[in-house]
Design a protein around this ligand. Sequence first.
Ligand code: UDP
Ligand code: MG
Length: 411
Amino acid sequence: MPSSRRLTAREIKKISIVVPVYNEEENVRLLFEKIQAVCETIGDAYEVLFVDDGSRDRTFAVLSELRKQKPQLSVIRFQKNAGQTAAMAAGFEFAQGQCIISMDGDLQNDPADIPKLLEKLEEGNHDLVCGWRKERQDKFLTRRVPSIVANWIIGKVTGVPIHDNGCSLKAYRASVIKQVPLYGEMHRFIPAMSTVVGARIAEIVVTHHPRRFGKSKYGLGRVWRVMLDIIAFKFIISVFTSRPAPQKPSLRQRLSDVLFRPKQRAFRVAAFLSLPFFVLGRVLFGSANSAALSCFGLAIALLILGWITENKIQHAKKASATLGTLARFFMVQCKRRPLRFFGPVGVALFGLGGVLLLAPVNSFFLKIFNVGSSSLGAIFIAGGIFVFCFGLFGELITYANAKRVKDYTIL
Ligand code: UDP
Ligand code: MG
């Protein structure tokens, strides 16, 4: 939980600026100089942490050279590209300041906004101040429109209505951000995730510049990934967050309390999810046996999954516990993002099951193989739902273990 005692302007002893960089050779020197110029005017001690995320160009060489001249600069280097989130997490872990600022390393964020962010952090008793690129200087159709839609959905789904989750320029109270588990590509969900540890969030408008040197590291593929992330984070937040109960709960609130009670545990969620399948199995029993059996099978499989997940989460919470086989599988095999892997597989199985249930396909199967495809369809649909849920529960385990996962090596 964030400390109840707030820092005031005079109490800040050190500011840490964390900058993840991947192939930004033309940008890093210029950016450091701009950050330095701004920090000198603030008057507090500061450090700048550049995290080289396995760059293949001269980024590390330029930073090493710069480091010889600048004692305020520290460089963390990943041997391989581990992603912006891992780079930011490494920076947060090594930061020594009471206040941390994160920003992109491509000069699109403006260091001149740092004092404004710090002021807001101190003034409003906030733990996190997010930058809002109101006049965003990126392509309209491929970048700004998807971002507006994604931010709207994230706001609705997570209940944290931030205009610009994707803006890296943010200020954090170190004691709070260091508690937020970061894994996968969840740097875009820092505001929503911070609410899990009770963070108080504000936002201010910041300047944004077009990219002058180097290329953006993300394409349109991120739209699909962000959509899966939204589902995963809603699930995680629902299981882990404790929200104060409203005075007079509405029907909707009461329903959501049953489904996602504060500190709801994985097994209870699984039990709730499996309930409709038990009922459906019972209704279908007799008329369509294979469909009924698939429903019963799915319900039982979900319960077992919830029970295993629950146990793994409990293990992950005990510092001394070693990671279980399942947790290890999710973290190593699925590149730490179970839903990224199992989500599409589950959707594909579900779709295939739906196609097999169609009447023309069924009669085609009857003609050729002398068996209908509808029973196979029911099994595929149940399998698809199970595989998707497997990915979701895997996200819970990965989240619970995130603090103990080291994605990076420090050179
Ligand atoms: N970045 C990183 N690792 C990656 C991808 C990006 O450290 O795998 C850094 C990148 O160098 C930049 C920041 O993250 O400093 C944001 O990336 P980018 O500017 O490509 O994103 P965009 O502004 O296009 O959303
Ligand atoms: Mg950029």
